[in-house]
Structure formats: C-alpha cells, structure tokens
Write a protein that binds this ligand. Structure first.
Ligand code: PHE
Ligand code: ZN
Length: 890
C-alpha cells in the first residue's frame, strides 16, 4: 500500500455513474478460507449521466471470471480498485465470480469470521471486498441472495429481506435464499451464517400487519436479549407515534457479533450489532449499558427510514442520515425517560438526557472541531471515508437538526419530515435536499444562511454581555458571534444561532420577558435568533437587575463566553430554573476552580465552591440523576481543551487534589447520601433507580479517592454484597480509584467471577487502564496496561478489547498517557503500528488520540512529534492511519 499519496476525494467532484444496477443476484458458497461469490447484476445505462463505461470497484479480491452478457468484455481497464468495462446498448448482464478468504480478513470490513461464524460489514466501502460492484450509495438495486454453507457449523443462514426458500444440499451442506423487496445501496447488504439462536416476538404494526422480530445470539446468551427486544418494540411504537413511520418488512432481525469495529449497523432488515449493544442482564450490565442498548437499538431501527428508505447520494452527505438519526434516537431516549419518570419527574429526566448528550459533544466533538481533523458536518474532502464517522458528523450533525427543530417547531419539523419522505422515498439525496423540504414545508422558511452550519467547521463562540439600567428598568443583552479558523477555512461568516434566554430575578425566579416594542410580557424563556456578527436585545419592564441564563437547554452547539463571578455562578447553581444551565453553572464553577489549581499548585479549594457543591449534594428536592450529573467534575478531555497550553500533568494533579478535598470535606454528607440512596428490592432498569445508584456510586468514588476509612469499608461491603452489575462495578471503580489495598483483591475477585465473560472483562480492562495514581509511590498505569496486553483474555484482533484497554488509556487517561518521560507516547506508536497491520480502522481511531498535540506544553509536543513521525515513516501504513497522522503533522 502506497500511503503518502492517498488521494484526496472531493465533494465537488461528484458525478452520477453512466451505468447503475437494477437487480443483483448473489450466490455465496461459504468456506472459511475460500468462499466463492457469484454476482449477476443487471446493469442499466443512467439516462441522467454522461456516456461512459460501466464502473465497478473491487478490493482484495481474487477474480475468477467476469463476463458481459455471457461473453468476455470488449474492453476492460483497471486502475487500483476501479474497473472500467465498455458496453453497448442500454442493458448488460455482468457476471463476476470472485474468491475470498474470510479467515484472513482481520479488517472486519467485507466478509469475515467471528467465533466460527460468517458476518459482513459493508458500510462504507466493504462490499467491494466481497465482489466487484458500483459500490456507491447512489446505486440502489434489488438484491436476491443465496447462501450455501456447512450445516453443522452454520445452521443459521440470514440475509436482507424475506426468506423465500431453503433446503438441504449434498455433503452436509444446506442453503437459503433471501429476497429484499426494497432497492438498496450495496453498503446495506449483509449476510450472517453461524451457529446462533433467536429470541422471537411477533407484534402488530400501526396498520395491523403482523411482523416477526428476532434477536440472534450465541446459545449461551439467550438470557441477555430481553432488553434489546423490548427496546426494539419501543422504538417501533415511537416511530409510528412520533413520525407516522412503520416497519416496512415482514421480518426484522438483530444479530449480535463479538468482533465489530463500530457500535452497530443498519443493514436492511438485518441489523448487525456489536454484542456490547445487545446483551444485557442485571448481573453483567450496568444501568448505563442498559441505556446504551436501548438507544443503539433505536438508532439502527430508525435508520430504516432515515438512511435506508432515503439514503445518501455520496459519503459527503453522511450527516444526512447520521445527524438526523442521532437526533431521533436522542428524542426517543428523552421520551422514554420522561415516560418512566412520570409527570412530576419528566422535565428533569429529559434534562438529564440532554446533559449527557452535551457532555459527549463537549468531550469529543469540541476538541475535534479545534484540531487538525476539524471538518464541517458535511466535509468537502477526505482521504479515507472511514475516518469521517466522527463526533462532528454524528453529534454536531444532530445538534444542527435540533436547531432546525427549534426554529421550525415540533409541528413544522414533522411537516418537513413528511414532505421529505413524500419527495425522496427510494432515492439517494443530499443535505441540501433535506433542508430544502424543511423550508418548503414551512411556507418557504428562509434557511439559506442556516446552510452555513453544513459548510463551516469550528465551534462558534458567542460572547454575551449585559447592561442594566436602573433608571428605566431595562436590561440590554449584547450577543456577538465568531467562529475560529480551521484547516482550509480561515474566514467564517455569521451563522443562525438560536439562543434560548431567560432573566433570573434576585429572588431566584425567572422574570417574564418583554422586549422593547412589545405590548406585553411573554414566556420566561425565549429563543432569540442571533444571525449577525453582533446584535443587541433590550428587555424592559424589569424591577431589578437580573442574572441572565443563556443558551438554555444548550440551544446551539457553541461555546458561550460570559463574564460571571463566583457568586453569580453559585447563584445560578442554586436557582437556575433550567436544569441544563444549572448543571452548566456547576461545571463552569468547577472548571474555574480546577484550572486555577492547575495553574498554581498551592491554590486552595475555595470555601465558597465547597459550600455551593454541598448545597446541591444535600438538596433532596433534586432528582438524584440530576445531582449525579451536577456533582461530577467536568471531563478531563474537555478541561484540556479549555487550557492553553494544555498541561495534562498539572491538570491531573489539580483534579486529584480537588476530588480528594471534596471527598474529605464533605465526607459526612457523602455517607448520609449513601444511606439515602439505597435501592430496595430486585434490580430493575428504571431511571429512578438508576439515578439513585449513580449518585451512590459517585459518593463512593469521592470517599474512596479521599482515602476515607468508612467510605472505603462501605465500598468494599457494597462490592461484596452487590446483586447487580451497576452496584458491583460502581464499588469496584471506587476502589480502583484509591490507594486502598482492597483494590487488588477486588479486581481479582471480579476477574474470577467473570473470567469467561468477554463483555464484562472489557470493563475490567478499562478500569485498570483508566486508573489514576493517587499516591506518588504507585507504579505508572502503563506498567499495568503493558502487562494486560499479554492477558489470555486480551486480543489485538478484537476491537472491544482494544477500545477497553488501549482506547481507555490513550483517550480517557491523559494524566497517565502524557507522562513526562514520553513512555506513553512511545507505547502509542508501538500499538498503532501493530494495529495498522491488522485493522486500519481501529488503528486510525487509536491514532487520533494524539491529534491535538500542538495544544500541549512544548516538552510534550517534542515527545509526541517524534512518535507521530515514527508512525508516519513506518512500513505499510494504511491510508486510514496515514490521513490521521499526516494531518496531525501537516
Ligand atoms: N452506520 C452505522 C450507524 O451509525 C455506523 C457504522 C458505520 C457501522 C460504518 C459500521 C461501519 O448506525
Ligand atoms: Zn447511524
């Protein structure tokens, strides 16, 4: 593989293909080392394109034969993965036979083996690793698939759509034929041939059709499928009720596989999932795992309409399906939580979900948008599309859809969605098409300027300042926006930014809002539209100087800059009626304290901060889940992003000191909270219980960090007595983040109990890789990580293991990873090089851990540069890693 020259693909170069495909008949003779694929595709000339050859792509294939209408092609040209064939007329039957070696396929893209079974992953460009095909999302064809395999090892044969035939073959083999009635792009093709069992349920859709739902897993996991099945049924109901969208197939399957690069994949009617997002039972999965299973099942299910029925014209449009589908799964989860919480708790439950989403955005997307890989939610270019399944395309993309929802309102948004499907069902379209129908469905609502969210990278800054006039009872709010330069985009234009605003009175209550010129006051929260570089808004009729609460509900994916002193942050921490902003006030205050402590190792923890923290901790009127969010310190990745230069070691020292201080000084409060947060009865996954468990686990974590004797004893007791994974894992996590000798014994006991459970062992690896040093005498975490590489349960070939051990160390433990001696960086290079040879996608993800290196202190930069250069110079570098490292150094 030649790497320095991985070509750049540009959005502007999109051209429709001269030939597309109407129908495909695939035949697989499955064999671990020599699978033969016969592909008969009816190619048709595209009336909307220029004249040209049939274009197919093929990669890592042994081509056995290729014919056009039964003959050798008149002319065939090959360059790299591209094959061009000249053909006459308007229709041509192209037949290609290829041989592939699934066993040797360690990339987990295309057809591969996992635990003796055959699985496929085709998004984005895996289908070309199975057969030669016009492997682009704008080619939508009807597929018929015949699978043939050994019955003993592969009793189950699945593909997309409906099963139309099956039977026996000689030599212990059998076959099954599947037909998908819906035209689809090749990236949605899938097959599974393995020894699995299914949990089944039949349900009726809104139109009264009976459909079969299946969750396929290995036999020993049948008792862990119930939650995924429930989640699927809830997702179906929600999409019917919320968007009027019904399941369009008679059968819908979810298959769990242990070796998978990503979370899950929405193949038509045959979703393939990482086991991590299917399997859950109380003894092995935490509340967070339950939540994740629910949202990933929903996400993939929702893709059936947003992604599959209407798909992307080209991969630059990825956010068309991903941003929209993430927004849909976020809304679904919020609705599910609100429903479970009941009318009283619904608002807080929704806010807690929103806070979770904002945390992810700030921790993952903001740094990405400020680094060398920064790109708009619709990128203009890429070298390797697999590198663009990013927090920006997904999470910021979802924020952009959320802003549309805010601007158009619930009903206007729904009307836009209805029009989207009425125009574009069965098509491969662009983000422009989507925004256009949203406008058309809303009386031509002007979204021209809004489109800049699709083309500009970087996190916008909104600077706010207010001026109170006692003389006339007015408050003038000035909002100014700017977006920092990003690679290739030095200058930015103003965006449309919805800013939800409230003004809090001295009594802590929201004031009714009246803008100058309005006859009467309206609601307490109002969405202002910031469209210019700077705008002023004058509120009148106020009795006293208010405290502004801006960007409520995190109404736009921006950084809000507002001068607030400690007293004002404490005031909002205590009174802001918007839970997101109340949480944010706590985060801002904590950020200020911890960054001051990082800048000055002698800086004390301010008493006022401890008091504000204690007030939240003890406020029994607040939902425990909310308190757990508000009392968790801001994430390290986010804090590093706020530090210039970023100094992970000073930051870690400050976090250790602050966590300990909060544990020591509030010990009595934490202990009381532990008692108050008991959850009686049998485990159930319910947000109210989950909130209490989360808060109790947080209390243990502070107490253990502080080395508090009773707190440690409680953690140990809870670890031993726990009846579910949330409590057991929470207690273990607290012990691991301490210097207590019970730590090692607990890790061992946990390992002994779950030694044969791959998913639970991932937690065990991650806890150790994420461990901080609470004691100067402790050995570096790297020693442990290195030792665990040779643990029999670890494998560099299994992405979940890599993410748990290496991913946690590189991405979630900056205070250890960036050790001053450079040992972490050298280890990073070694592992990225090893992974590159096996699985470039996973290697590239790990490689990204150092992309923000230029923000670090000079000494760290020097250490990192050497390792980046070492990786770039290594033999056989994949385009995936080359793009990441090349851009980091560039
Ligand atoms: N399309 C998948 C999702 O977001 C993600 C994915 C991408 C999975 C590429 C595998 C490969 O639901
Ligand atoms: Zn998706």
């Amino acid at each position: 593989m030649k790497t320095e020259h991985a070509p750049t693909i540009r959005r502007a170069d999109y051209r429709p293909l001269s030939w597309t495909v109407e129908t495909v008949e695939l035949h697989f003779s499955l064999d671990p080392e020599a699978t033969v694929v016969t592909n008969r595709m009816l190619c048709v000339r595209n009336p909307d394109a220029d004249e040209g050859p049939i274009r197919l792509w093929g990669e890592d294939l042994e081509r056995l034969s290729l014919t056009v209408d039964g003959q050798a092609p008149q002319a065939l040209r090959e360059s790299g993965a591209l094959i061009e064939i000249d053909a006459d007329g308007d229709r041509a039957m192209v037949e290609v036979r290829t041989r592939i070696d699934p066993k040797a396929n360690t990339t987990l893209s295309g057809l591969y083996l996992s635990n003796g079974g055959f699985f496929t992953q085709c998004e984005a460009e895996g289908f070309r690793r199975i057969t030669c095909f016009p492997d682009r999302p704008d080619v939508m064809a009807r597929f018929t698939v015949t699978l043939e395999a050994e019955r003993a090892s592969c009793p189950v044969l699945l593909s997309n759509g409906n099963l139309i035939e099956q039977g026996e073959l000689p030599d212990g083999r059998h076959y099954a034929r599947w037909e998908d009635p819906f035209p689809k792009p090749s990236y949605l093709f899938a097959l599974v041939a393995a020894d699995l069992v299914a949990l089944e349920r039949t349900v009726r859709t809104m139109s009264g059709r009976e459909v079969l739902l299946q969750v396929w897993v290995e036999a020993g996991n049948l008792d862990r499928c119930g939650h995924a099945m429930d989640s699927l049924v809830h997702s179906m109901r929600w999409d019917e009720e919320t968007f009027g969208l019904e399941l369009d197939l008679d059968r819908f399957m979810i298959v769990a596989v242990a070796d998978f690069n990503m979370g899950a994949m929405e193949n038509k009617g045959l979703n393939i999932f990482n086991t991590k997002f299917v399997l859950a039972k109380p003894d092995t999965a935490t509340d967070v795992d339950y939540e994740n299973v629910e949202s990933v099942v929903a996400h993939e299910y929702f893709h059936n309409w947003t992604g599959n029925r209407v798909t992307c014209r080209d991969w630059f449009q990825l956010t068309l399906k991903e941003g929209l589908t993430v927004f849909r799964d976020q809304q679904f989860s919020a609705d599910m939580l609100a429903r479970a919480a009941g009318p009283e708790g619904a608002a807080s439950a929704r806010a807690v979900k929103r806070i979770d989403d904002v945390r992810v955005l700030r921790a993952a997307q903001f740094p990405e948008d400020a680094g060398p890989m920064a790109h708009p939610i619709r990128p203009d270019s890429y070298q390797e599309i697999n590198n663009f399944y990013t927090a920006t395309v997904y999470e910021k993309g979802a924020e952009v859809i959320r802003m549309l929802h805010t601007l158009l309102g619930q009903e206007g948004f729904r009307n836009g969605m209805d029009l989207y499907f009425s125009y574009h069902d069965g098509q491969a379209v662009t983000c422009d098409d989507f925004v256009e129908v949203m406008s058309e469905a809303n009386n031509g609502f002007d979204l021209d300027q809004f489109m800049r969210w699709y083309s500009q990278a970087g996190t916008p800054r909104v600077k706010a300042s207010g001026e109170w006039s006692a003389a006339d009872g007015s408050y003038t709010l000035t909002l100014a926006q700017s977006t920092p330069a990003t690679p290739g985009q030095p200058d930015k234009l103003p965006l449309v930014i919805p800013v939800a605003v409230a003004l809090i009175g001295p009594d802590g209550r929201d004031c009714p809002l009246r803008l100058e010129g309005e006859a009467q006051a309206g609601a307490a929260t109002r969405v202002l539209q910031l469209t210019e570089a700077e705008q002023r808004f004058r509120f009148v009729g106020l009795a006293a100087a208010p405290v502004p609460s801006l960007l409520r509900g995190f109404s736009a994916p921006v950084v809000l800059e507002l001068d607030e002193d400690d007293a004002r942050l404490a005031f909002r921490m205590a009174h802001d009626a918007d839970p997101c902003n109340r949480w944010d006030a706590a985060q801002r205050y904590a950020e200020r304290v911890v960054l001051a402590m990082a800048a000055d190792a002698a800086a004390p923890v301010p008493d006022a901060f401890v008091a504000a923290f204690r007030a939240l901790l003890g406020d029994g009127a607040l939902d425990p889940a909310f308190r757990a969010q508000a009392l968790a310190l801001p994430g390290e990745a986010y804090l590093l992003e706020r530090m210039a230069p970023a100094d992970p070691l000073a930051l870690r020292a400050a976090l250790v000191r602050l966590t300990r201080t909060l544990g020591e000084r509030l010990a009595a409060d934490w202990l009381a909270l532990l008692d108050a947060m008991q959850v009686p009865g049998e485990y159930r996954y319910h947000p109210a219980d989950a909130g209490r468990r989360a808060l109790a686990n947080l209390a243990l974590r502070y107490l253990a960090a502080a080395g508090h004797a009773e707190g440690l004893a409680r953690a140990q007791a809870r670890f031993e007595a726990a009846t579910n994974m949330t409590e057991r894992f929470g207690a273990l996590a607290a012990l691991v983040q301490s210097t207590d000798p019970a730590r090692e014994a607990a890790l061992e006991a946990f390992h002994a109990r779950y030694r044969d459970d791959a998913l639970v062992l991932d937690k065990w690896f991650a806890l150790q890789a994420g461990a901080w040093r609470w004691d100067d005498a402790a050995a570096p975490t790297l020693d442990r990580v290195r030792a665990l590489l040779s643990d029999p349960a670890f494998s560099l070939s299994n992405p979940n293991k890599v993410y748990a051990l290496l991913g946690t160390y590189f991405r979630a433990n900056p205070g250890e990873f960036h050790a001053a001696d450079g040992s972490g960086h050298a280890f990073w290079a070694e592992q990225v090089i090893a992974l590159n040879a096996k699985n470039p996608q996973v290697a590239a993800r790990m490689a990204r851990a150092l992309e923000s290196w230029r923000r670090f202190t000079p000494a760290l930069q020097a250490s990192i540069r050497v390792q980046l250069e070492r990786v770039l110079a290594s033999e056989g570098l994949s385009p995936d890693v080359a793009e990441v490292v090349g851009k980091a150094l560039g």
